[in-house]
Design a protein around this ligand. Structure first.
Ligand code: PBG
Length: 322
């Protein structure tokens, strides 16, 4: 027989030589939930192993992230007060700004990214200003600008807008360029679907909408071509990294972006994806570590250069054992 694909599968060493994709801690971003207040270290029930921390309790977690050589963290702030506009997002002494300053001062090597959104900060839980029962895109843009400038002044390394407002990347680029931050990069949640996989996150970040849903601004899970349109606009507006979210159920979109854009592609392995694997593993129904690595590998294979994942510490520990 001329062709026998099994010849290159015979031993682990030949499999290593022909292996096309690898998971490395180099590719991982670890999300952190930081809550305003003191003495808070709360387990998130639907996300085993993930906690909300107040800043006075977060050092052990950050020490571990640095020791495991995870290059970056993505911060989510949980403020003690919310209002209609989410005005705490641009408070220079808000929880996010305090967190950025704390981490950059005490862990200068760690790359700090902030999630730029309003849903954790608004009383209604939506990602912007509400008019006529819907998020008003254009009224929200100036507030996004105020928020990123405040994060930039606090010393953040990269901003990651997740609100799915049209024109948000152009607004942010212009705001940063005009205030002396032309070198601050933007990772856009470019193709973000209105997904049930965000369920556990909304408990974690206290950001579930109090009315309606996010379908007027986040994408319809049925659409693929529209993802290209979203990514094209963000690419043109100057997003430095394009993200697809969620990851596992949207591998086709990750590959579309990889094939069509000359930008690093990130994906967000979201809370529901994490919860499913943790829950099934806890029941003994699957091998949690192997399913974790296999799903992250599928994201690499699909074309992701960067993976944002709650598994980052688990992966780093597993790779150290090998
Ligand atoms: C919005 C935001 C969400 C997530 C990250 N940023 C939730 C949403 O759009 O409702 C979800 C992350 C996850 O599920 O892990 N600020």
């Amino acid at each position: 027989m001329i062709n026998r694909t099994r010849r290159l599968r015979k031993t682990e060493n030949i499999r290593r030589l022909v292996r096309e994709n690898k998971i490395s801690t180099d590719d991982l971003i670890y999300p952190l939930f930081i809550e305003e207040g003191t003495n808070i270290e709360t387990e998130i029930v639907s996300m085993p192993g993930i906690k909300r921390f107040s800043l006075d309790r977060i050092s052990t977690e950050l020490d571990e992230v640095v020791a495991l050589d995870i290059p970056a963290v993505l911060l989510f702030g949980i403020p003690s007060k919310k209002d209609e506009k989410g005005s705490e997002t641009w408070n220079d002494n808000g929880i996010m700004q305090q967190a950025v300053r704390f981490i950059k001062k005490n862990y200068p090597s760690l790359y700090v990214i902030t999630d730029v959104c309003f849903c954790e900060y608004t009383s209604h839980g939506h990602c912007g200003i509400i008019h006529d029962n819907d998020v008003d895109n254009d009224a929200t843009l100036p507030n996004i600008a105020k928020q990123v400038i405040s994060h930039a002044k606090a010393g953040v390394d990269m901003v990651a807008p997740s609100g799915m407002m049209d024109g948000m990347i152009a607004t942010i680029r212009e705001a940063l360029d005009n205030t002396g931050f032309p070198n601050l990069p933007i990772m856009s949640y470019a193709v973000k679907y209105s997904s049930a996989f965000y369920g556990p996150f909304r408990d974690a970040a206290d950001s579930a909408p109090t009315f309606g849903d996010r379908r007027t601004y986040q994408m319809d899970p049925a659409n693929r071509d529209e993802g290209m349109r979203e990514a094209t606009f963000d690419d043109q507006e100057g997003a430095d990294i394009l993200m697809v979210k969620p990851a596992l159920a949207y591998l086709d979109i990750i590959r579309d972006l990889k094939n069509n854009f000359d930008r690093p592609i990130a994906c967000y392995n979201v809370s529901g994806e994490y919860a499913m694997i943790k829950a099934a593993a806890e029941k003994g129904w699957i091998d949690g570590d192997r399913v974790m690595m296999e799903s992250l590998l599928s994201m690499k294979r699909a074309g992701a250069d960067i993976i944002i994942t709650y598994f980052a510490k688990d992966v780093a520990k597993l790779l150290l054992k090998k």
